[in-house]
Design a protein around this ligand. Structure first.
Ligand SMILES: C[S@@+](CC[C@H](N)C(=O)[O-])C[C@H]1O[C@@H](n2cnc3c(N)ncnc32)[C@H](O)[C@@H]1O
Length: 236
């Protein structure tokens, strides 16, 4: 997914997400406990919208499985290393004070085993006293099915995007069948993508973090509307 939609990602998601506000909250949360935290890895970084906001607070790196997204993140954040890599196979030479997986990217691994492996890899790249942050997708209890969602976004006069999707459930997978209409003065293109995201329970997220020896907290408020799991490595 996101191969063709990489071009329209920012138009669609910028209005739906407060990238600066979430990034400020991350810096505040980390610095409240670890004032000297200096480095951050953004896992499933997409087009680099968080990296752009976080790079004033941390020396950042990012990774994403989709080369088209990585290309955009690199262009947006010159000097920030951004790797083409799957989150359940993270293998980097450095460790980081913060390893974050934001805006539900983790659910794209689909299965509990791969989510647990992702959390293990994230924890494996933590510096002593570091923190793993995981912003989850919906749980099996909170995901609504049999809905139709429609949205519209514009970027200036020459790019207009309308998109609709149904929400279905197949076992512990949520399936979004997304149809985009992308309009420019040259014409209207139609794209279709099926997004499959794993529905993991609160206990599954907590266990995945706790089993890495992390001290687990959970936040939910106006900024973290889907919640935020915070896993501190206690050995600072
Ligand atoms: C909803 S987007 C979020 C992107 C970014 N974190 C943001 O907040 O804008 C999900 C991202 O996860 C990436 N992704 C999906 N599966 C992945 C995997 N196995 N490893 C790394 N990235 C993955 C997608 O390519 C996409 O960029």
């Amino acid at each position: 997914v996101y191969t063709e939609a990489a071009d329209i990602y920012d138009v669609i998601y910028r209005p739906l997400r407060d990238y600066e506000g979430t990034s400020r909250r991350i810096a505040d949360l980390v610095r409240a406990r670890r004032p000297r935290a200096a480095t951050l890895l953004d896992v499933g970084c997409g087009t680099g919208l968080h990296l752009e906001a976080l790079r004033s607070s941390f020396a950042c790196e990012g990774l994403d499985i989709e080369p088209a997204m990585v290309e955009r993140a690199r262009a947006r954040c010159p000097g920030v290393p951004v790797h083409v890599m799957s989150m359940d196979r993270i293998d980097l030479p450095s460790t980081f004070d913060v390893v974050a997986c934001l805006f539900s990217s983790i659910a794209y691994v689909r299965t509990v085993d791969r989510m647990r492996e992702t959390v293990a890899r994230m924890a494996g790249h933590l510096a002593p006293g570091g923190v793993v942050l995981v912003e989850p997708w919906f749980s099996p209890e909170s995901f609504w099915t049999d809905t139709i969602t429609a949205n519209h976004a514009e970027d200036g006069p020459d790019l207009k995007v309308s998109w609709m999707y149904t929400s279905e459930r197949r076992g512990d997978l949520s399936v979004l069948d997304i149809h985009y209409m992308v309009g420019t003065p040259r014409g209207v293109d139609i794209l279709r993508e099926t997004h499959e995201l794993g529905l993991f329970t609160d206990a599954q997220y907590r266990d995945a973090l706790a089993d890495q020896g992390l001290e687990v907290h959970h936040l939910r408020d106006d900024v973290w509307r889907r919640g935020l799991y915070v896993g501190w490595r206690p050995d600072a």
